[in-house]
Ligand binder design. Structure first.
Ligand SMILES: Nc1ncnc2c1ncn2[C@@H]1O[C@H](COP(=O)(O)OP(=O)(O)OP(=O)(O)O)[C@@H](O)[C@H]1O
Ligand SMILES: [Mg+2]
Length: 265
């Protein structure tokens, strides 16, 4: 329910509190909290299996949380399906990028939201192609032929199609699950640049990564997960890149280990 006492502007766009998710005996999340504000990038960091993808699947309506709460602009929300989350303005670009390589860029851009002619059930390709081309140019990519197969685009360009699509369809929260993990330096720079562009448009972004340098380049806030629990929530001025690196590497454990090895060598 809305908290009548605090003004809307001060409320977090998304607030997840104490979220737990169990898969039978597997405890993927065990009390995780995070905050995303409009016009900010929250980086979600953590090792393999830390629970990053599970957490954003809870926020995207794919999984029901076993416990905990999600609020958007102060209001409790409860998603029964990804469509519910989508309706609230949550757009998710998954780790395995749900695109169909052999179909056109336009088809992928409008997947599930095909514009039709005024008469008949047929997709309006002329309009769709124009929009796709225009929206991609807005983020700096000149696709000469939007009917070319999406599989012919580079990994970075494919990520930007997914980002442009989310923005065009009016997302408020953009979730990017490891968008840079398979990319080289130039393509990574491209994705970081567009992430920044999306932030400047006023969306809240959740950027998942293993890479502390990518996170620090683009993040306003950092949430570090470790085996399903939060290791910490920091704003950029509360943590240095070295501290973030140490936390990611398991923090104290690694320092202990090197001290131990040092003693024995
Ligand atoms: N549908 C599921 N059923 C059972 N266990 C699951 C399921 N989804 C995730 N898990 C488990 O939950 C834990 C967290 O997985 P998750 O995919 O969220 O990690 P991650 O932080 O995204 O890792 P990565 O960096 O490798 O993508 C893992 O131990 C995983 O095996
Ligand atoms: Mg993952």
């Amino acid at each position: 329910m809305a908290q009548a006492s605090s003004p809307l502007a001060e409320m977090a766009l998304v607030e997840m509190t104490n979220v737990a998710k169990h898969f039978g005996k597997v405890i993927a999340l065990n009390g995780v909290s995070l905050t995303v504000n409009a016009g900010e990038v929250l980086c979600l960091l953590g090792d393999n299996g830390a629970g990053k993808s599970t957490l954003i699947k809870v926020l995207s309506g794919v999984h029901k949380p076993t416990n905990g709460q999600i609020r958007m602009n102060g209001e409790a929300v409860d998603f029964d399906s990804p469509r519910d989350a989508q309706k609230m303005g949550i757009a998710t670009v998954y780790q395995d990028l749900a695109m169909i390589p052999l179909t056109s860029i336009t088809r992928n851009f409008f997947m599930g939201r095909e514009p039709t002619h005024k008469i008949g059930p047929f997709m309006d390709f002329k309009f769709a192609n124009e929009v796709t081309r225009r929206e991609m140019i807005k983020i700096g990519i000149d696709i000469r032929d939007p009917e070319q197969a999406v599989g012919t685009l580079s990994g970075g360009e494919r990520q930007t199609v997914a980002i442009a699509r989310a923005v065009y369809f009016g997302a408020k929260v953009l979730i990017l699950d490891e968008p840079t993990s398979a990319l080289g330096v130039r393509q990574t720079t491209m994705v970081l640049k567009y992430t920044d562009m999306v932030r400047k448009k006023g969306l809240g972004v959740i950027f998942i990564t293993h890479n502390v340098r990518h996170a620090y380049a683009v993040g306003d806030r950092f949430t570090i997960l470790n085996r399903g629990v939060t290791l910490g929530n920091y704003t950029k001025d509360e943590i240095t890149i070295d501290e973030l690196q140490t936390l990611m590497a398991g923090g104290v454990e690694v320092e202990d280990l090197s001290a131990e090895l040092g003693d024995n060598l």
